[in-house]
Write a protein that binds this ligand. Structure first.
Ligand SMILES: [Fe+2]
Ligand SMILES: [Fe+2]
Length: 205
C-alpha cells in the first residue's frame, strides 16, 4: 500500500466518500492549500466536462485525487519509483516532484480503489499530458492549469479559456505553447514533448 510505505503519512480509515476521504488525507497531513486547490480543480473539471459531454462524477473524482500524493516527499517519490522499477525520464530524475502525477494514480488505485481508466489516466498525466490523450485527460490537464495552485489568476487564463471554446486540443496546446514561449519549462518531460507534437499534428489552423 503506497501510503503505508511512508511512516510520516497519517492515514485514517476510509469513509467511502471520496471527497471526504481526500479531504481527510490532505488536511490530516498538513496540506490545506492542496485541498483548496483540488477542490477548485474538481469544480473546474466538472465545468469543462459539461462543455464536452463527459461524466461529471468521473471529472469530480479525478479533480479531488489528482494531487493526493502531495503528502509524499519528492525524494521519497524517486526512491519509491526506483524500488518499484518504474521507468523514469530525465525530467523525473532531475525534478522528482514531476513523479507526483504517477504517484497520485497509484494512490487513487491502491488506496481509493479506483479502477476506471477515465479517472486514473487523467490523474497520471495531469502535469505533462500525453500523446493520444482522451477528452478526460485533456479536461483535467486544462482544469489543473485554470484553477492553478498559485496566487491570483494565471497569466494564460484568458487565452486558454478562449481556446477552450474551440476544442480541448486547442486549449491544451495554447497552454503548452505559453509555457514554452515564456521559458517556464524546467526540463521537458518525454510525455509533454510527445503530447505537443501530437497536438500540433491534429490541430489544423
Ligand atoms: Fe499536480
Ligand atoms: Fe494540481
Amino acid at each position: 500500500m503506497i501510503f503505508g510505505g511512508f511512516p510520516y503519512i497519517k492515514i485514517s480509515g476510509l469513509s467511502g466518500d471520496i471527497v471526504r476521504d481526500a479531504e481527510n488525507i490532505l488536511l490530516g497531513n498538513g496540506r490545506p492549500k492542496t485541498y483548496a486547490h483540488v477542490h477548485d480543480v474538481a469544480e473546474m473539471n466538472v465545468r469543462i466536462g459539461r462543455m464536452y459531454g463527459l461524466d461529471e462524477n468521473k471529472c469530480r473524482i479525478a479533480g479531488y485525487l489528482h494531487d493526493v500524493s502531495a503528502v509524499i516527499k519528492p525524494a521519497d517519490m524517486l526512491k519509491y519509483a526506483k524500488e518499484n522499477s518504474m521507468p523514469l525520464c530525465e525530467a523525473e530524475e532531475r525534478y522528482p516532484f514531476l513523479l507526483h502525477q504517477r504517484m497520485s494514480r497509484i494512490a487513487a488505485a491502491e488506496y481509493f480503489m479506483i479502477s476506471d481508466e477515465e479517472i486514473l489516466s487523467p490523474i497520471e498525466h495531469h502535469t505533462t499530458l500525453k500523446e493520444n490523450a482522451s477528452a478526460y485527460d485533456m479536461a483535467l490537464f486544462i482544469a489543473d492549469k485554470l484553477a492553478w495552485d498559485q496566487e491570483g489568476v494565471p497569466p494564460f487564463y484568458d487565452e486558454v479559456e478562449k481556446a477552450l471554446g474551440g476544442s480541448l486540443e486547442k486549449a491544451a496546446l495554447v497552454y503548452m505553447k505559453y509555457m514554452e514561449d515564456n521559458g517556464k519549462i524546467l526540463w521537458p518531460h518525454d510525455n509533454w514533448k510527445r503530447a505537443m507534437e501530437w497536438l500540433k499534428g491534429i490541430i489544423v489552423r
